[in-house]
Design a protein around this ligand. Structure first.
Ligand SMILES: [Zn+2]
Ligand SMILES: [Zn+2]
Length: 267
């Protein structure tokens, strides 16, 4: 039996990195926080940083690439990102990384990491140019990592429907954002078309995913100021209950930890 796993190492505006394991092939989606934290998290799940064979970056916000500069110097790997994200990375990095080739990805085209393992990306509406989300296909299984998007576009739905499992953003609770500490312009940015998915947005997308065959979900990128694990879970499970879907019976749901690895989601 082959194995495909999503293992969020940490998740949220404080930093994001997700380990994808396709049997022995390990790669990361995003490298937030710092190299030491990524290393500690990898070792906690039994993976040495030298086993990481590639780095896929979703977009140029610091919570997705703060660890990259040092990580690729210590553990050279190919860095996959869109043209605009590569440009932003180059501006933020202190030195070029000749041992870690920059590989430009184009939304809609597949990157074949091995005969059985491919990664696809799709543009996401977010306030960083060149933002994407990723889908991974390994043998007969598929999964997706979808965070940092203001809305779920039709292109993203086409890519996401029928994946077996997904790490999906549930960034904020609508009431907590409205009554919370952020200035009005920042509230508007978070809730806007190029911001983040709310718990309600995530619940509706999960409903559509369930109707198209997905059964395994991890909620991620929760805001530290405008959300709680309890609110995210309650919003999603009660919304789905309204459509007759019971957690445990019809789907599996977990919440990604902010600062430490989350239990592996076996796809
Ligand atoms: Zn982010
Ligand atoms: Zn972002």
């Amino acid at each position: 039996m082959s194995s495909l796993q999503i293992i969020p190492l940490f998740s949220g505006s404080s930093g994001n990195a997700t380990l994808i394991k396709a049997d022995d092939y390990c790669f990361l989606i995003d490298a937030g926080r710092n190299c030491k934290q990524v290393t500690i998290a990898l070792e906690a799940v039994g993976v040495s940083p030298d086993q990481i064979k590639a780095l896929f970056i979703t977009h140029s916000h610091h919570d997705h690439l703060d660890a990259l500069d040092v990580f690729v110097r210590k553990h050279p790997v190919s860095v996959f990102a869109t043209e605009y994200t590569h440009r932003a990375i180059a501006r933020k990095c202190t030195k070029p990384h000749p041992m870690s080739p920059d590989i430009e990805i184009v939304p809609g085209e597949a990157v074949d990491l091995s005969e059985d393992l491919s990664v696809y990306c799709c543009e996401t509406p977010h306030d960083a140019r060149g933002s994407v989300c990723y889908k991974i296909r390994y043998k007969d299984k598929s999964c997706m990592v979808m965070t940092d998007l203001g809305e779920v576009t039709d292109d993203i739905k086409r890519m996401a429907f029928q994946v077996d499992g997904i790490l999906i953003e549930a960034n904020y609770d609508q009431k907590m954002l409205v009554y919370g500490p952020y200035p009005e312009d920042l509230k508007a940015r978070v809730a806007g078309r190029y911001g983040h998915l709310s718990n309600d947005d995530s619940a509706e997308m999960i409903r559509q995913l369930i109707e198209n065959g997905t059964r395994k979900f991890i909620l991620g990128h929760l805001s530290i100021n405008n959300n709680t694990r309890e609110k995210a879970r309650a919003t999603v499970t009660s919304y789905l209950k309204g459509y007759g879907y019971e957690e445990g019976r019809d789907y599996y749901l977990d919440i990604a930890n902010r600062y430490e690895p989350t239990k592996a989601l076996e796809i």
